[in-house]
Design a protein around this ligand. Structure first.
Ligand code: ZN
Length: 248
């Protein structure tokens, strides 16, 4: 039986350098697989990402945490992110900050209609839900996701070489971070050491040469992503917009 697209590769950009984002774009493009990037900041590669909206969906990755570079209030954060990506219709909040009032604000003041901030690790048979929120009562569709690279890095018993996710029933949305793909992260100690090495510099300024000494050989996030792309037929993958449109 033919299985429809139910798998979504998403990338939380998290202020990664352009070369790390480009690596993720290239891996997906080489496999002919669409992907969704939740963008955090203005960067040169945005123009390239915008050229193929059917293959590369761009969504917001608003940071509502205290001290956010996106703004001091939730309103300011959303305004900042929408100025960056006015075409965005989906989002995942940084660090999964969420509340009913926050979703209401999104419904009332933005064109976002899909949220991917619900994390249900390794759950099967997931499907989209929709709820009316805010004064407008506008429906926000919520697509849960079931795997995240930095969480897998600390998940008891997770094996990068053999570990899998349930792809046979319901939505299967995975969250990667370009920096973890670039480093081929397996546990977070190398990433933490890399952050310490920056001495307060922004991650976006990290060069490929500087990152090289923190690169993990063997199996890690990149190897897992490559394994997914090699093992699963391309037609099973879709952008978040595609999954939201097709899921019930
Ligand atoms: Zn994030």
């Amino acid at each position: 039986m033919e299985v429809n697209a139910n798998i979504g590769l998403t990338f939380d950009v998290d202020w990664a350098p352009d070369w790390a984002i480009a690596l993720c774009v290239d891996l997906c493009a080489s496999a002919g697989v669409p992907a969704t990037f939740f963008v955090t900041h203005s960067c040169d590669i945005l123009a390239d990402l915008r050229r193929a909206p059917d293959r590369t969906e761009l969504g917001l990755h608003p940071n509502f945490l205290p001290g956010s570079s996106h703004g001091a209030t939730p309103e300011a954060v959303l305004e900042h992110c929408l100025a960056l990506l006015p075409e965005a219709r989906s989002m995942r909040t940084h660090s999964l900050v969420q509340s009913t009032p926050l979703l209401g604000m999104v419904a009332d003041h933005t064109p976002i209609d899909v949220d991917v901030s619900l994390f249900l690790p390794f759950h099967r048979f997931l499907h989209a839900t929709a709820l009316p929120v805010g004064r407008s009562g506008r429906m926000i569709r919520r697509l849960p996701y079931l795997w995240e690279d930095d969480i897998a890095a600390g998940w008891p018993g997770w094996d990068w070489e053999t570990g899998g996710v349930p792809t046979d029933g319901g939505l299967c949305i995975l969250a990667f971070h370009p920096i973890h793909v670039a480093l081929n992260t397996a546990s977070l100690d190398r990433y933490d050491a890399l952050k310490d090495s920056l001495g307060g510099r922004g991650l976006a300024s990290l060069t490929e040469a500087e990152a090289a000494r923190f690169h993990r050989p063997g199996f890690g996030v990149r190897g897992f992503l490559e394994r997914l792309l090699a093992d699963i037929p391309g037609h099973r993958f879709s952008t978040i917009a595609g999954l939201a449109g097709g899921a019930s």
